[in-house]
Design a protein around this ligand. Sequence first.
Ligand SMILES: *[C@@H]1O[C@H](CO)[C@@H](O)[C@H](O)[C@H]1NC(C)=O
Ligand SMILES: *[C@@H]1O[C@H](CO)[C@@H](O)[C@H](O)[C@H]1NC(C)=O
Ligand SMILES: [Zn+2]
Length: 586
Amino acid sequence: MAPLRGLWLCLPLLCAELLASPHRCVFDEVQARVRVVRAARRARALSPGEVAPMRIGTWISGESQRLSEREEGPMRATVQRAVRTVAALLSVERASSPLLLRRDVNKYCRFLWKNPSTVNYNRCGRANSNYRHETCLDMKIPDDHLAGCEVHPQANAARRVTLRPPGSGVPDVDFLVYLQVQASDRCRAQPGLLAYAAHCQTDTSGRPLAGVVVICRDRLTRLTVQTVVHELFHALGFSKDLFPTWRDCFSASAACSPRGKVTHMDGTGQMRIYTPSVISALQRHLAAVDPELGGPLENSDAPPGGVSSHWESRLLQGSVMLASQPGATRIDPLTLAAFQDMGWYTVNTSRAQSLVWGEGEGALFGSTLTCADNSSSFFCTGSGLGCHHLHLRKGKCQTDPFLDGCRVYKAFEMGSECWKKENERKSSEERRGGELFGSDSRCFFSELTTLNQSAFIVTGRCYRHKCTGPNRYQVQVLGSDWVECPAGGSIQIRGYQGSVFCPDKRLCLDSDVSRPSEADDVFTTGLLDGTLLQDDTRSAHRPAADLPVATGVCLLALLGLLVVLGLASSRCSPCNIRIHAASGDV
Ligand SMILES: *[C@@H]1O[C@H](CO)[C@@H](O)[C@H](O)[C@H]1NC(C)=O
Ligand SMILES: *[C@@H]1O[C@H](CO)[C@@H](O)[C@H](O)[C@H]1NC(C)=O
Ligand SMILES: [Zn+2]
């Protein structure tokens, strides 16, 4: 009965991989559909020149789909954590009055008086009788959040007619997020999409004042804090539409000046953001002094020669601002430097998380010419198993459409975390490789085996580790003592054949990486424990989800697996079959 037990262990893993295509951001398409309204007057500052942590208000749209209590609680908690994370990073000059959004004159007005010598020059002359309300993307903005509007029927008379009275505004917020939970067409069209966002209003300096975040209804359980942070970052300024309005508020002593065009193509055809903090952050990160090191932008989600609102995936794996988010991401120094350079925010850069990817690798790191020549340990060739670069999880050498042909060890979605005791399957394969799972376990490239073999295969294995200093640690495998593992070297373990390779500058160096966080635990929520399925069948608004399809696929997979199992010899572990069958390149 051993193969069957293996089957039940592997089947959920297989299905999880099929269900969870990675989140791929559609921000630029969404933002292009929004008419952004700019404030007419500068809001009076509460205390001019003084900045305070940003207050981000969230307002859940009444058009959102009804959620069960079990869905709504976690959804709100996720959004609140994201909002608190962003608010702790950014400070702004607070306005003295409640936030009052502006109505779009192009919507409510048929024409403006155009004769400069008249009293009502540039004011609205006739109402548009079709005018109903203001929207942020597709969401109706409550009238109470909006300034009033009026019409001046004669060009030269003071008489005016109120079209809409002013609302009272939203007190104590510097940025307002409209939150919408929907099974929108956009969500339906893209099974991997978790959420998307846009900004809708800016102040006179160009700083976004309000935006919308739409969360895809049937993927709530996969929503992570980092996905919401990513979307908020777009809405707050990390947007190609806002790059041209970034301001220089540091070099000029009195006023800020427009930066003008901040994106340029470098000599290799790589589009980059050239602003002072971004350049110096990347130079520090790569330990290089090349002045051409602007922040690299993604080429795969921009038209040729165009600009993307994401960092280049090849060069900044793990950053929160990549177009495709495979899971745990870092709020990295480069992204925060970009916020610093927008000119609207004061950024607490001490809160940046180390990126690890590419650290100290020099100016040429990640070029498509060198990523396959084995010159950097961050890239791989072939499709073998190994370790994700943070070494918290096992990985498989893969590529994706954003990597321009380069290959990296990507964490597989379920069961890859070394730091989770429950991932231990106690299989003979695991025992032969000496694996140990638990909170202090990390992934190591290893050949260890208890079998007598003439050739060794390197793969990712989970072993316990213990820091003894910066970049210094000991390792323990099943049945062994603690053994010093010299960073960059390798060790043998008594009772085993082959070596364990000791990663350099990846373990016991960055305190914010060394501890697995809840954020690293993004793939384990819901989906497979049946909770969501139950809730969905009870819900009256059950959307045409991709869940039934996935279930079908999983049943097919089950059939396939049974066939494979029938054919396989008893020594063939079903979990190996899973890995080869399920993880195609995404
Ligand atoms: C920046 O964040 C750190 C914690 O990461 C905190 O100790 C410090 O007070 C913050 N600085 C400002 C100016 O808010
Ligand atoms: C890189 O290493 C792999 C595996 O060891 C090998 O197959 C490949 O030929 C190497 N590539 C280069 C360009 O050296
Ligand atoms: Zn995005």
